[in-house]
Design a protein around this ligand. Structure first.
Ligand code: IPE
Ligand code: IPE
Ligand code: MG
Length: 262
């Protein structure tokens, strides 16, 4: 059996173990560790970013295959603009290439592309590519793939506060109407369900300014695998781990058990 065949078999075995009734609706991923992956191989950091694209493709493939409705990928943070210019430039170039290349697949597989973050910060050519993919996939409904680009959660929250204040001053909303639901509508993620599962690769145990509001009750999964090494089977293992958890949302285990019986 070839390596690809045995990996496919292993992946099918993992899929068979999944409880289809308890799949997360929305998975978010902090794709970290590209630089270290490259450094371990005495390669330039950008080689790690290039290799990371294969893992992006694998994550999209497996999520689409098993019926995950929303996948959000932290692709470039506002803080990442402070990296060396050559690395930032290459990342932008890779992003543009990825979008051009994946458009056909998104169309074929009925995937809608969405973007969160400060799109206006991106080079014009990337903005155009992003606008095109959003436009051409907007009616697709099997899965929504959200790319977080020049994204920072504190900026997003601050913008939401500004938006609410503006609408309040204009008289479009009343003070009494401001609640958690309304606040959520002013975030970039408006319309998306909150993530059920957040995965971070590379062994770092932090959130790095990602979806701070939205992950209030998200299950967190950390793995030491570096992003370019994170394959379909690793995502399936994260899902199996997620399915072992009891999401209590503040209730007691007993309360949950009696709800399930009813
Ligand atoms: C994640 O990998 C990709 C981006 C942040 C764009 P890194 O580039 O952060 O890789 P490490 O963390 O330095 O290994
Ligand atoms: C988070 O990774 C951002 C992305 C994955 C795009 P970083 O590598 O930038 O995060 P820190 O600096 O380790 O917190
Ligand atoms: Mg990193």
């Amino acid at each position: 059996m070839t390596k690809a065949e045995s990996s496919h078999l292993a992946s099918q075995k993992l899929i068979d173990q999944l409880d289809q009734e308890r799949l997360p609706q929305h998975i978010a991923i902090i794709m970290d560790g590209n630089g270290r992956w490259a450094q371990k191989r005495f390669l330039p950091r950008v080689a790690g970013h290039r290799a990371g694209i294969k893992s992006v493709e694998a994550a999209v493939t497996i999520c689409r295959k098993i019926g995950i409705r929303a996948l959000t990928l932290y692709s470039f943070s506002i803080e990442n603009w402070n990296r060396p210019k050559a690395e930032v430039d290459t990342l932008m170039q890779l992003l543009e290439e990825y979008i051009h290349k994946e458009l056909a697949r998104m169309k074929r597989e009925n995937i809608r592309c969405n973007v969160i973050g400060r799109l206006e910060d991106l080079p014009v050519s990337v903005q155009k590519a992003v606008e095109k993919v959003i436009r051409e996939t907007r009616d697709n409904e099997a899965m929504v793939l959200t790319l977080a680009l020049s994204y920072g959660s504190r900026t997003e929250i601050t913008q939401a506060v500004k938006g609410i204040c503006q609408d309040l001053l204009k008289g479009n909303i009343a003070l009494e109407e401001i609640d958690e639901d309304l606040f959520g509508q002013y975030l970039n993620t408006s319309g998306l369900p909150e993530p059920d599962l957040l995965i971070r690769t590379s062994g770092e145990f932090r959130i790095s300014n990602f979806l701070l509001w939205q992950i209030a009750y998200t299950e967190l999964y950390f793995t030491r695998k570096l992003w370019p090494d994170f394959q379909e089977n690793d995502l399936l293992l994260a899902l199996l781990d997620y399915q072992k958890r009891e999401r209590r949302f503040g209730l007691t285990g007993q309360q949950l058990a009696s709800r399930e019986i009813r």
